[in-house]
Write a protein that binds this ligand. Structure first.
Ligand code: PLP
Length: 429
């Protein structure tokens, strides 16, 4: 995705819902002055608009009730798990670690849905013992594991079977999951999905309640979802199972010129396709990115500006691929702006890079920024609320940034900045 080259101010719709400009041109999120947040909590800093998160959760719940499940891989901490739960969502966890965070946050186990294409024996055992609401079974090997656990303790979890519908969603290949050539799920076209249904229905170790599919992430084209629902209907309707989960994947705009359906519009597309294809099962959805992405901006401090006449200008910030690996992983585009002048024209073209020891450590390949950007400025990237903090790392032993939730003028620190001591907690010397 190539960012649009433009001198326009930052497109307002890329900012969280509750964003305002102060009388002197500064950005407020949830009533909190972003420059004051940077001064108080340091940078890099993830600033979330809490009411934006809540509103998106409610939009999903309005459409699908308790069958709207938040995909916590997008962004997870205890406060986020509680927020999604308080707004009526279930929570999709894709590992023992995500499950542990949710259980530690006090989320009832029955509100959790366990995913993963290679769940370990211990993850499955933990899920069954805790009583998670649904396990989404991904393979015959996993059914083997569930059967051997059942032999030991007799527990029978409710499960969905993840199927691969053979839909190629138009998105980056790393996040396309619905095509036949996929590591996920039971393939419909080969007959593996039908065989898995037969096996699960006969197995004493599981109670098969439905079918699940997820075609990919950052999908803008609504006909990809309609096509997936049609394939799902053909497969699932004859089975007469009570539940059908169509996954997440709704795309969000990251850069100028991009647009995406809202969660409500997406829900209508799914409902319409379900009605047209005679689906009577209870439909569920699993949005992650569309809940969390636009809720946050990341604040950085500019540390160096390196001008290479005739080549380019590098603006280096105090984070990088460790707090946002998406540009490096997928070539994803972002916008940049100065929170001290959020409506300013962005007439200069620079490359915004991080502080890691890699030439590939870039945040924005071709960023438009105001011409008066200087060392010491706070620079921000919007739409960093999903797959940023959650995909972060400690590369170069950079400390993971803190997260603040802002609402009504109050800033609540929900994840503190890591310390050097944290870096040594698992190091036995
Ligand atoms: C099974 C499953 N459900 C839901 C999601 C959430 O997708 P998104 O964040 O694009 O809505 C994912 C993301 O990879 C997924 O794998």
């Amino acid at each position: 995705m190539t960012p649009v080259q433009s001198s326009n101010p930052l497109p307002w719709h890329l900012l969280p819902d509750n964003s305002e400009v102060s009388a002197d041109g500064r950005l407020l999120i949830g009533g909190c002055d972003t420059l004051e947040l940077a001064a108080e909590f340091g940078t890099p800093l993830f600033v979330y608009d809490e009411d934006h998160l809540r509103a998106r959760c409610r939009e999903a719940v309005d459409a699908f009730g308790s069958h709207a499940t938040y995909a916590s891989k997008a962004f997870l901490c205890k406060a986020m798990a509680r927020l999604a739960f308080e707004e009526g969502m279930g929570i999709d966890v894709a590992s023992g670690g995500e499950m542990h965070v949710c259980l530690s946050a006090g989320i009832p186990a029955e509100k959790l849905v366990l995913h993963g294409n290679n769940k370990s024996m211990s993850e499955l055992a933990l899920a069954r013992q805790a009583g998670v609401g649904r396990i989404v079974v991904d393979s015959d090997d996993e059914l083997d594991r569930l059967e051997s656990l059942h032999t030991a303790d007799g527990l029978v979890p409710d499960v969905l079977l993840r199927i691969t519908p053979g839909i190629k969603a138009e998105t980056h290949e790393f996040v396309a999951t619905g095509q036949d050539d996929s590591k996920f799920g039971f393939t419909v076209s080969t007959g593996a999905a039908k065989a898995a249904v037969d096996r699960a229905q006969e197995s004493p170790a599981v109670n098969l309640v439905g079918i699940h599919a997820h075609i990919g992430s950052q999908v803008f084209r609504v006909d990809s979802f309609s096509a997936a629902v049609a394939v799902l209907a053909e497969f699932a309707n004859p089975l007469g199972l009570p539940e059908l989960v169509v996954g997440g994947g709704l795309g969000v705009p990251y850069v100028e010129g991009e647009e995406a359906p809202s969660i409500s519009q997406w829900a209508t597309i799914i409902r319409t396709a379900a009605a047209e294809t005679g689906i009577t099962a209870q439909i569920g959805i699993e949005p992650g990115r569309s809940i969390a992405a636009a809720a946050a901006v990341t604040l950085y401090t500019v540390g160096t500006v390196k001008q290479l006449p005739g080549i380019r200008t590098y603006v280096a910030v105090d984070g990088g691929m460790s707090d946002n690996p998406r540009p490096v992983l997928y070539g994803s585009g972002y916008e940049a702006f100065l929170p001290r002048a959020v409506t300013a024209e962005r007439t200069d073209r620079v490359r915004i890079v991080g502080k890691h020891c890699e030439s590939g450590d870039l945040l924005i390949r071709e960023a438009s920024v105001p011409a008066d950007l200087v060392v010491g400025d706070i620079v921000a990237t919007p739409v960093t609320g999903a797959y940023g903090h959650s995909m972060g790392s400690n590369y170069n032993k950079i400390l993971r940034p803190p997260v603040v939730f802002c609402s009504g003028g109050d800033a609540r620190l929900v994840v503190r900045r890591e310390t050097f001591e944290d870096l040594l907690t698992t190091d036995l010397g």
